[in-house]
Design a protein around this ligand. Structure first.
Ligand code: AQP
Length: 342
């Protein structure tokens, strides 16, 4: 059976990048796969989280899944800490993964920055836990944004080494699914940095619960450049913007890519529509489109935030169904590793 696993951290400020790069793509997959969507709270605490805020953020990610159209009857929606198999399998994978592999992870380098010695051990071991999230369900496909590709390669390395160390063909080798046209949404302030929850500037991102005024204001203030918008002649034969051209105007192409993704149109159509236009006109159209797409989702998230009991019930039911899959897999892994369970 083809099984999907993916997760989002409950670290607040869920943004357009999380939506276009991940959550939106989760929805159609439920028609084709057995889908497990997790709120990865164990991952969140690899950097400090205020306990009360973490609880609210966990419900917010679950609400975003539901509001975006993920059906909790067809899919499993739960928060990671409710299923002990994640942490237990992660320990085994800590003993399989090599220091050299983890040292190459760019996300750790970016997040730890200059304060590497002060980073938590959990932040360093984050990719082992991510491998455990996926392999505790023997998931075969993982939809994520571009930024998670390296971690998924590490998950494949861990699965392969486990299989070879113990002489088994136990864990499947997963396939990343990097879906959609906005696999890397960039900051609205700096087109060379990815849009992120932890950016100190609220103007760097559109959040999933921003109202129409906030969306319009953020796009109006978004960094652009002095030129008019390009036409479709910039595209290469495959219909993509060549890297050198994109890098010369990162903010312009980021806004165009966001428009294309929200409109569900190829970039060529968007460039044809706005060729030679001024940013002021384009930003107005982009705001209207974003409000139309995000407005109903944000409204449903707000409605669910007034009904935490309903969200908790979904998470509880999801965790129970997740445990029913993960626990027998963990028991087999314990046996393969040689743990005695009399
Ligand atoms: N800017 C982005 N463009 C496209 N996809 C993105 N994702 C994140 N940022 C972008 C995708 O969203 C999913 C959930 O991400 P996460 O919650 O695990 O955290 P992250 O990747 O660390 O994202 P953030 O929002 O940027 O958080 P911080 O600021 O804490 O680093 C993933 O599938 C991710 O690819």
């Amino acid at each position: 059976m083809k099984r999907i696993f993916s997760g989002v951290q409950p670290t607040g400020n869920l943004h357009l990048g999380n939506y276009l790069g991940a959550i939106r793509n989760f929805v159609p997959l439920q028609d084709e796969y057995d889908c497990i969507y997790c709120v990865v709270d164990l991952h969140a605490i690899t950097v400090w989280q205020d306990p009360a805020v973490l609880k609210a953020n966990t419900r917010e990610v679950a609400a975003a899944y539901l509001a975006a159209g993920i059906d909790p009857k067809r899919c499993i929606i739960f928060n990671q800490s409710q299923v002990a198999a994640h942490a237990e399998l992660a320990w085994i994978f800590n003993c399989v993964a090599r220091l050299g592999w983890l040292n190459r992870m760019t996300q750790f380098k970016e997040k730890a920055g200059k304060h590497r010695e002060n980073a938590s051990v959990g932040l360093y071991a984050y990719p082992s836990l991510m491998a455990a999230d996926i392999l505790a369900y023997k998931a075969t496909h993982v939809p994520v944004g571009e930024d998670q590709k390296q971690h998924l390669e590490l998950t494949r390395d861990i699965a392969q080494k486990f299989n070879s160390d113990f002489g088994v063909a136990y864990f499947p080798l997963l396939e990343p699914l990097i879906l959609g046209t906005a696999t890397r949404v960039m900051s609205l302030r700096d087109g060379t940095k990815k849009m992120s929850k932890s950016d100190p500037s609220d103007y760097s991102r559109i959040t999933m619960t921003d109202d129409a005024d906030a969306i319009a204001k953020k796009f109006r203030k978004a960094t652009s450049d002095a030129e008019l918008l390009p036409g479709p002649e910039v595209l290469d034969d495959s219909g993509a913007v060549p890297e050198a051209i994109r890098q010369a105007r990162p903010e312009a192409y980021n806004l165009l890519a966001i428009y294309a993704a929200l409109a569900d149109k190829p970039m060529a159509d968007v460039l044809t529509e706005f060729a030679g236009a001024q940013f002021s006109k384009f930003k107005g159209a982009l705001s209207d489109l974003a409000v139309a797409r995000l407005g109903p989702i944000g409204a449903e998230m707000k409605r669910l935030s007034d009904d935490p009991g309903a969200v908790d019930a979904v998470l509880r039911d999801g965790a129970q169904r997740a445990r029913a899959i993960a626990e027998p897999i963990l028991a087999e892994v314990y046996d393969i590793v040689g743990f005695l369970r009399p």
